[in-house]
Write a protein that binds this ligand. Structure first.
Ligand code: ADP
Ligand code: MG
Length: 247
């Protein structure tokens, strides 16, 4: 399979006025086209930092990143929809700021909105949408610039448990349908197992890669159904132990 992205010996040190924080000690992994990988690890271990470095928001302190002719787009936990813009106009922001808004790109977004159940809401405002619809809208806004790789940072964690399950299914179907490659950061082990092809487990800060799991189900299905698979709890127990959560 074509490797889209490789990260080797990534390191990040944050310098504050009086101290240094080694957030990432040594992290390496790669991702192939069409793959869905999750990065799980304890809170504060540097998951968001990895995505921020990948999307060039902050510099690394060492290591190499090789990105083969691929573009990235970042989807955050908060949907960040602007209340004074219509759903369509919210989804067009990325195209506007990159100077890529034209008839064709606009039609592409309109089609995405129609395909994924937001056609009737295009000219409405975000406050008319449920939490799940807002999240779907945020995903379409992320897809608008046709990125090869999507970076999802705890994208579902602001929602309640029931909605989260439904939205994971929803988002997963859209991503697969559109043939996207995904790196998802989450602290939710179940979410990672139910959605991913591979899971990278990080240690606590300063983080290193502790384990990498290939997630294999005899009958791989949608995230909600994968949660009922017999292999699910085996992965869950292993990763739970890796994270070594002390209460
Ligand atoms: P995670 O997403 O896994 O919860 P983060 O990547 O947000 O973790 O943060 C990793 C560590 O780096 C944390 O200990 C955090 O306090 C620290 N950190 C994050 N951003 C900064 C910053 N801008 N300046 C200093 N320390 C930071
Ligand atoms: Mg984070």
């Amino acid at each position: 399979m074509t490797k889209l992205l490789s990260i080797n010996n990534l390191r990040k040190i944050y310098h504050t006025h009086d101290t240094e924080i080694v957030a990432i000690d040594d992290v390496s992994f790669s991702i192939s086209k069409g793959e869905f990988i999750s990065i799980v690890g304890p809170s504060g271990c540097g998951k968001s930092t990895i995505l921020s470095i990948l999307s060039n928001l902050i510099p690394s302190s060492g290591g190499e990143i090789s990105l083969k002719d691929s573009s990235l787009a970042y989807m955050l936990q908060e949907d960040c929809l602007l209340p004074f813009r219509t759903i369509l106009d919210n989804c067009l922001i990325g195209l506007e700021v990159t100077g890529n808004l034209n008839k064709e790109s606009k039609n592409y977004v309109i089609n995405l909105l129609k395909t994924y159940g937001l056609g009737d809401f295009m000219y409405k405002y975000p406050n008319n949408l449920s939490g799940g619809m807002r999240q779907r809208c945020a995903l379409i806004r992320t897809l608008a610039t046709k990125p090869d790789i999507l970076l999802l940072d705890e994208a579902m964690s602001a929602l309640d448990y029931q909605s989260r399950l439904a939205i994971s299914d929803d988002i997963y179907k859209i991503i697969k349908n559109e043939g996207k490659t995904v790196i998802m950061v989450t602290h939710d082990i179940a979410e990672a197992i139910s959605m991913s092809d591979r899971i990278i487990v990080l240690t606590k800060r300063p983080s290193k890669v502790k384990k990498i799991y290939e997630v294999k189900f005899e009958n791989k299905s949608t995230p909600i159904n994968n949660r009922k698979a017999k292999e699910f709890s085996i992965y869950y127990d292993k990763i739970w132990r890796d994270l070594d959560v002390h209460i």
